[in-house]
Ligand binder design. Structure first.
Ligand SMILES: O=C(O)C/C=C/c1cccc(C(=O)O)c1C(=O)O
Length: 328
C-alpha cells in the first residue's frame, strides 16, 4: 500500500521544500498530513494543487495511521514528538540535531550509508547540511584511499538561518543593516560564528561536522577539524575540503572516481573558469566538486571545492531520499 505521510514543520523553509521535492520526485502516498507548532497551525499550504490546513502538533497527532513523518520543526519539537511518533509505529526522518548522536538512531546520507537505515528503531536522523554535502564526496575517497585527516572550511548561505538570515542579508544589501539572525551585519562580512560557541573554542556547527563525519563514515580514527563561516550568499553552502590519505593517490584517478560516484557532478576546468558556484547549485539536488588538486605540503593530500544547495541536498532532498529507501 502507499504510505500515509506527515510533514512536521510544513510551513518552514525546509518543510516547504520537503513538499516541493516530494512533488518533483512523485513520491507515492495515500494521505498526507501537514503539522506544525501552534504558531504556524491554521495556515494553509498547497501541495500538488490541493490546499491543506496545517494542524497543530500534539501528543495525539500520530494516533491516526501514519507510516512516515518528515520532521523539520526545531530540536525541541523533535526531542518531544519524534519518540511519540515512533511509539505509534511511525518511521521518523528528523532533520534536527536532537537525535543524530543517539546510538539507536542511524545518521544517514543515502549515497553513503543506506544500510544503516535497516537498524532504525523508529527514528532516522538527517545530518547537518554542511556534513551531508561533504559525506557524499568523502565516502568514495575513504573507501578507496582511506582518509587520515580532514580540514573543513565552510562558506555557508544565509538560508541556513531561515527567514531571519535571508532578511538580514537582503536588507543589508540595501544598506539597511539588520542583526536579527547574527551578532554582526552579514552584508559585506564573513562571520566565523555559526550556532553557539562551546567551551573548547569551537562552534556547535563545527562540532556537528566533526562528530557527524565520524558517525556516518563509521571511523572515529579520522582526524577532523572545521571552521564554519557565514557568508553573504542566499543559497548553497560552499566548502573548501583538505584531505590527507593513508595511501597514495593520483589526482586524475580521484577526479574520475568522483565523477562516477552517486550524487556528484564534477565541474573542474579552471582554465575555462569552470568550478562549482553557489548560484548554479541553488535549486538542484546534486553535490558539485571542483578545484581538484594535489596538496603538495603532505605526501598523500588533495584540496577540493564542494558546493550544494543547503536546503535541498543539505536537508529536504536528503530526507526524501531516506523516505524513498524506506518504501523500496
Ligand atoms: O546554519 C546553517 O547553515 C545550518 C543550520 C542548521 C541548524 C540550525 C538550527 C538548528 C539545528 C539543529 O537541528 O540543531 C540545525 C542543524 O544542525 O540542522
Amino acid at each position: 500500500k502507499k504510505p500515509n505521510i506527515a510533514i512536521v514543520g510544513a510551513t518552514g523553509v525546509v518543510g516547504s521544500t520537503f513538499l516541493k521535492v516530494l512533488e518533483e520526485r512523485d513520491f507515492p502516498f495515500e494521505n498526507i498530513y501537514m503539522m506544525a507548532s501552534s504558531k504556524s497551525a491554521g495556515k494553509t499550504v498547497t501541495f500538488k494543487g490541493k490546499d491543506y490546513v496545517v494542524e497543530e502538533l500534539n501528543e495525539h497527532s500520530f494516533d491516526k495511521d501514519i507510516d512516515i513523518a518528515l520532521f523539520s520543526a526545531g530540536g525541541a519539537t523533535s526531542e518531544k514528538y519524534a519518540p511519540i511518533a515512533a511509539q505509534h509505529g511511525v518511521t521518523v526522518v528528523d532533520n534536527s540535531s536532537a537525535w543524530r548522536m543517539d546510538k539507536d538512531v542511524p545518521l544517514v546520507v543515502p549515497e553513503v550509508n543506506p544500510a544503516d537505515i535497516e537498524w532504525n528503531h523508529g527514528i532516522i536522523a538527517n545530518p547537518n547540511c554542511s556534513t551531508i554535502q561533504a559525506m557524499v564526496v568523502l565516502k568514495p575517497l575513504h573507501d578507496k584511499y582511506k582518509i587520515k585527516r580532514v580540514i573543513y572550511s565552510t562558506y555557508q548561505a544565509v538560508s541556513g538561518s531561515g527567514v531571519k538570515g535571508i532578511s538580514d542579508l537582503s536588507e543589508g544589501l540595501k544598506g539597511n543593516d539588520k542583526c536579527e539572525a547574527y551578532p554582526h551585519p552579514i552584508a559585506g562580512n564573513c562571520l566565523p560564528h555559526i550556532d553557539v560557541f562551546l567551551d573548547n573554542g569551537y562552534t556547535k556547527e563545527e562540532m556537528k561536522m566533526i562528530n557527524e563525519t565520524h558517525k556516518i563514515l563509521g571511523d572515529d580514527n579520522i582526524k577532523v577539524t572545521a571552521t564554519t563561516v557565514r557568508v553573504p550568499v542566499f543559497d548553497s553552502h560552499s566548502e573548501s575540503i583538505n584531505i590527507e590519505f593513508e595511501n597514495p593517490i593520483d589526482v586524475d584517478e580521484v577526479r574520475e572516481l568522483l565523477a562516477s560516484s552517486p550524487g556528484i557532478i564534477v565541474q573542474d576546468d579552471p582554465a575555462n573558469n569552470v568550478y562549482p558556484l553557489a548560484r548554479d547549485a541553488a535549486g538542484t539536488n546534486e553535490v558539485y566538486v571542483g578545484r581538484i588538486r594535489r596538496d603538495y605540503s603532505v605526501d598523500n593530500g588533495i584540496n577540493l571545492w564542494v558546493v550544494a544547495d543547503n536546503i535541498r541536498k543539505g536537508a529536504a532532498t536528503n530526507a526524501v531520499q531516506i523516505a524513498e529507501e524506506l518504501i523500496k
